[in-house]
Design a binder for this molecule. Structure first.
Ligand SMILES: Cc1cc2nc3c(=O)[nH]c(=O)nc-3n(C[C@H](O)[C@H](O)[C@H](O)COP(=O)(O)OP(=O)(O)OC[C@H]3O[C@@H](n4cnc5c(N)ncnc54)[C@H](O)[C@@H]3O)c2cc1C
Length: 306
């Protein structure tokens, strides 16, 4: 079987790219399997027309809309390997190997849970990474921020837009310089340096944070930025990553360092959100479609399904 494009990953990024390429009459295989970033979240917010939609429903709507485009095939398959070069890639999954002219990586990122008792269970329920996504629902409560380094200490100032009551937990892992402490203090933000021992929950919701000396601090919502990593497939492809571990792409064309392999969505950027991922992959799709169409028509083809 031969496709113009194989898209790896069927989250907001992959679905958006598949829609654009289907409407551009390209033969597309969308493969999706495995963990997705917002699996723990109850609702997607801040995506216009989809505010409050459960993540699974969001994907089902995306798949339903793709079904209107006969040149797009969406399958629940994990891509295990990609070989070959621009114009002639071989993509292998449990269903066998197919050919593709271009690859579009929309594989998202993996969040590595922090090693704090209770973190994994509360992630997406009482622990969030983005106040634009989940701040509104929990505004004006007591919020905490688990800071992993001094470079993260601008973030709690942003949180003040949603609540007056913010505590920063450093676990004493780094020093907070006097000027930063003063800025936080002026915003009414307390810095707690005693190490966090565990998170206390009731009915799957955070109630408090127990410190190593046994003291408990009341806290209903936590924000955190756990470390992130690329999925294994991306690591095996040899595409260049930047210093922060994001896949490097040409800012306009969205091509990676490996010719013919493009990328869009969370895996390329610290600015992570469903609508941003969809837009970034749509850009990649448009850019690679332009190239592909030029190539096909130059060879005498129609530029669409023959
Ligand atoms: C807890 C939480 C809550 C969030 N809430 C919101 C919110 O309310 N609003 C918002 O805008 N954003 C939210 N986000 C961020 C949002 O989920 C991401 O920005 C968005 O999902 C990124 O889309 P993506 O398509 O790039 O990646 P993903 O949605 O992660 O999709 C990537 C897909 O690729 C698949 N994949 C990976 N490797 C392979 C492979 N080898 N073969 C086949 N498939 C593969 C994965 O299984 C996954 O399904 C939240 C994130 C988290 C962690």
């Amino acid at each position: 079987m031969s496709y113009d494009v194989v898209i790896v990953g069927g989250g907001p990024a992959g679905l958006s790219a598949a829609l654009a390429l289907g409407r551009a009459r390209k033969r597309v295989l969308l493969c999706d399997a495995g963990a997705r970033r917002n699996a723990a979240a109850e609702h997607i917010h801040n995506f216009v027309t989809r505010d409050g939609t459960p993540p699974q429903e969001f994907r089902e709507i995306g798949r339903r809309q793709l079904a209107a485009y006969p040149s797009v095939e969406a399958r629940d398959l994990r891509v295990e390997a990609i070989a070959g070069t621009r114009g002639a890639f071989q993509v292998t999954s449990a269903a066998g190997t197919v050919e593709a002219r271009r690859i579009l990586l929309c594989t998202g990122l993996i969040d590595e849970p922090l090693a704090i008792q209770g973190f994994r269970e509360l992630w997406g329920r009482s622990i969030y990474q983005c106040p634009y996504c989940h701040g509104w629902e929990v505004q004006d409560r007591r919020w905490g921020y688990l800071a992993r380094g001094v470079q993260f200490l601008e973030f709690p100032l942003l949180l003040r837009g949603w609540t007056r009551d913010v505590v920063v937990f450093t676990s004493g892992a780094f020093d907070v310089q006097a000027d930063i402490r003063a800025r936080l203090g002026a915003a009414g933000i307390h810095v707690e340096a005693r190490p966090v021992a565990r998170l206390i929950a009731r009915d799957d919701r955070l109630e408090g944070i127990q410190l190593s000396d046994g003291a408990t601090i009341r806290c209903e919502v936590l924000f955190a930025h756990p470390p992130q990593r690329q999925v294994d497939l991306v690591r095996t492809l040899g595409v260049a990553l930047d210093d922060d571990g994001f896949v490097q792409v040409d800012p306009m064309r969205r091509e990676t360092s490996v010719p013919g392999i493009y990328a869009g969505g969370d895996l390329v950027s610290r600015m992570q959100g469903a609508i941003l991922a969809a837009a970034s992959a749509m850009q990649a799709a448009a850019m690679l479609n332009h190239e592909l169409t030029a190539e096909l028509v130059a060879g005498g083809g129609a530029g669409g399904p023959e």
